[in-house]
Design a protein around this ligand. Sequence first.
Ligand SMILES: [Zn+2]
Length: 191
Amino acid sequence: MASLPGVGRRTALRLVLHLLRQTDKDVEAFAMAFTRLKKEVLYCRTCHNISDTEVCPICSSPRRDHATICVVENVQDVMSIENTGQYNGVYHVLGGVISPMEGIGPKDIEIDSLIERVTKGGVEEIILALPTTMEGDTTNFYISRRLANTGLAELPKLSQIARGIAIGNQLEYTDEITLGRSIVNRTEFKG
Ligand SMILES: [Zn+2]
């Protein structure tokens, strides 16, 4: 429970105490509702953002700049960046970052599909907006290498959101103004 976003220890404890007072049948129904929710959640087949349609509203919007892709770790990061109102491109949600410690390799996250999007053409810029952690850096570096290896004559510009926003190291905890500014002031990615 402690790993639920926004649910602290005390809330988790209250929830557990509440569940313990319920009948087995109620708890079972609760668990089943959760399982169903997880199964029924759709992910956009283009950017892997959470969506209730096959292609999310951002990817299907003609008002967005489809030549600019912002690469983020998770769905919350999309929400954080959307809240800044400073970004008009599209996204690519990796669903994690490379972490040898946790046994997460490049194949476990959506990197292949990102490279595929780029090789299809029309992408002019990729903005790396991953956490400023060793795992985030490793993932940035890996993506830059994969892009270089595509053999594309014209590679998209690779940039990185401005550093120094590492409050808690996670985008979702960074305030909107700072995050918005870090996107506007993004810099060229230098491995
Ligand atoms: Zn999408």
